[in-house]
Ligand binder design. Sequence first.
Ligand code: KG4
Length: 336
Amino acid sequence: MGIESSCDDTSAAVIRDGVLLSNVIASQEIHRTYGGVIPELASRAHQQNIVPVVDVALKKAGVTLDQLDGIAFTRGPGLLGSLLVGVSFAKGLAIARDIPLMEVNHLQGHILAHFIDVPEKQLPHPNFPFLCLLVSGGNSQIVLVRSYGDMEIVGQTIDDAAGEAFDKCAKVMGLPYPGGPVIDRLAQTGDPTRFKFAKPSVDGLDYSFSGLKTSFLYFLRDEMAQNPDFIEQNRNDLCASLQSTITDILMNKLIKAARQFDIKEIAIAGGVSANSGLRGAVTAEGEKRHWRVYLPEFRFTTDNAAMIAVAGYYKYLDSHFAPMDVVPEARLENKL
Ligand code: KG4
């Protein structure tokens, strides 16, 4: 069983021999009112959700507690109070059932989502070594993946994450949280070439998104001073242009990394990997450059326990168990 509780989704999943039997996710609606995740409310909601979520995951899988061979949990990175709920639950279950514990780095989980097997069809798995563009609300990284447990961050954001750029720019336009999916939807009917926004110039394979956010803010402020209805009248073009800028920034370094490491196996992962502009761009570049491109199924892009269960499964096979005094860690993003 895998348990995920790093942010605002409580999730439990059951796999057998790497094949997914159930994946239950309880999303916390309460944060919408505030336009962002409130950590204390998140940990309280996890406490309420965890037992019913685990119960439903077992029932859906047709498995009883005493049939579990191991329990994997997200150790970090994430919100400390939220992580604590999952870690404590996993430890309790491991002690009660006398089964091993596997700790999983949430970011490794996102990457290993590409190795989830489902009963109904064959999902493609990348071949090692591959490059994974990991883009979520908290991280933007290019990861060189040599095996299930051997990963190296070769580039990452020096400030905001790509998802944060989507969410913050959406907020400025008065769109609801999380803004990424909303921008994606509105961008479908907008002109991506209409507005040009500043692209950062950062050395090597690193990213930066805070300048884009600031220049977007100033641009809107100036336009709104002349025409208070500017956002209203140009919303879809703004969304399309912004999405295209973020996609270009992400692709630029991904192409550079593929060339630098001479790797043609390219995957994307994390919440922003659901973005249609990014998926289209990776596919198009892949055709041009003879990459083999791996796009995760939409249900495995955002936070879910299936990816934690799979990551834990490979640790289980290696007898790579966590000690009972393991504690959650809020900051684990640099320790793949
Ligand atoms: O991986 P995730 O669920 O949570 C983190 O671990 O951060 O990612 C959430 C992020 C949010 O910033 C959200 O706006 C973004 O993923 N996101 C998208 C899309 N779907 C989710 N961004 C752009 N386009 C989307 N379709």
